[in-house]
Design a protein around this ligand. Structure first.
Ligand code: 5GP
Ligand code: MN
Length: 328
């Protein structure tokens, strides 16, 4: 890949810190996705192979579809307050606390911040941020290439998982030539693309499928059919004996309706809290919407948490979208 001078400098800094450090804390954001877990596991495996002590952490349960990745069963939830690390590698996080407060910055000597989100802050000693990259996995691959590290098959599968999940199987607008080039390189390391695809997208319980069916059956459009939304209430999960992870990907159906510009999924957390996931077509910038609620993400895929019950959250979002879409 063609790296800018500034990126090469950052990668070189990262390489130096990695060489100097012995113990590593690696974490992505709360409610981790395929890219944060895949990138973190690949880093941990490579570092452990180089004689370092590296472990991946996640406060939240990891999604079911990444459990086939080697090392996913070794992910830890917490550390002791007295534990110290030479280096924390933080992925995909707008700030240090988006990792869920597993450690405080004072528990690590160095912080490496790697991200591809448009919303970011320079909280690390090195901040390798490339919003034009479709995934963090591609950035991690750049680091490995710079360090001349040859990947094992299972490490390549971790990064490949990051790329396919963050590009929506190479279909989303964030997909770049490099998403494919990086994937080709990973295939050369032995990735079984059919196996990975099946593990991520074509595996699940009958109840998970029923949950998605029920959720889809309730889909509604508002604002002159320019916005669609799906409600994931506690009741829907109860009826189908499912949990949050089983609803993975349902948001991607919201844009299938002709004329829809923004699709939303409202997930009832409790009576006063609702998690909202947004998807939009090309020109509609979701960051302008989620910023009003302290959320983040990308132009066409973003999210936030609203301090309101699910019904009220729909109204609140509708009002904001009405203004942004200039609908009377
Ligand atoms: P999803 O809808 O798949 O949960 O998230 C889409 C994108 O928005 C992801 O890149 C995710 O990291 C980001 N995102 C979702 N919710 C939040 C949030 O509450 N805060 C921030 N900063 N980013 C979020
Ligand atoms: Mn990502």
């Amino acid at each position: 890949m063609n790296l800018s001078k500034s990126d090469i400098n950052k990668i070189s800094e990262i390489s130096k810190i990695i060489k100097q450090s012995k113990t590593f804390f690696i974490a992505g954001h709360i409610k981790p996705d395929g890219d944060s877990i895949g990138s973190a596991l690949a880093l941990a495996s490579v570092l452990n192979r180089r004689g370092k002590k590296a472990c991946v952490y996640s406060v939240d349960e990891i999604p079911k579809f990444v459990k086939f990745l080697k090392g996913s069963n070794k992910i830890k939830k917490a550390v002791k307050k007295t534990d110290k690390f030479d280096c924390a590698i933080i992925l995909e996080s707008v700030n240090f606390s988006r990792t869920g407060g597993i450690i405080t910055p004072s528990q690590t000597k160095k912080i490496i911040n790697i991200d591809h989100h448009l919303t970011y802050t320079d909280f690390g000693n090195v901040n390798y941020i490339v919003p034009s990259s479709s995934s963090t996995a591609e950035l991690v691959l750049n680091i490995f290439e710079y360090m001349k590290i040859k990947l094992l098959k299972h490490e390549a599968e971790c990064l490949y998982t990051g790329i396919i999940t963050d590009t929506g199987r190479f279909q989303q607008v964030n997909t770049t030539p490099n998403s494919h080039i990086a994937s080709a390189k990973l295939m050369e390391c032995g990735v079984d693309v059919n196996k990975v695809y099946k593990e991520i997208y074509e595996k699940g319980s009958i109840n998970a499928l029923k949950l998605q069916g029920l959720a889809l059956y309730g889909i509604k459009t508002i604002l002159n059919n320019k916005v669609s939304y799906i409600l994931l209430t506690k009741d829907i999960f109860k009826k189908t004996s499912t949990s949050e992870g089983d609803s993975e990907g349902v948001v991607n159906y919201t844009l299938r309706i002709d004329g829809v510009i923004v699709g939303c999924v409202f997930k009832e957390v409790d009576g006063k809290t609702t998690k909202v996931s947004f998807r939009s077509i090309r020109n509609f910038d979701l960051l302008k919407v989620v910023r009003e609620f302290g959320g983040g993400g990308h132009k066409n895929a973003a999210g936030c948490t609203i301090n309101a019950g699910i019904k009220e959250a729909v109204k609140i979002v509708e009002d904001v979208l009405r203004k942004k879409l200039k609908i009377k």
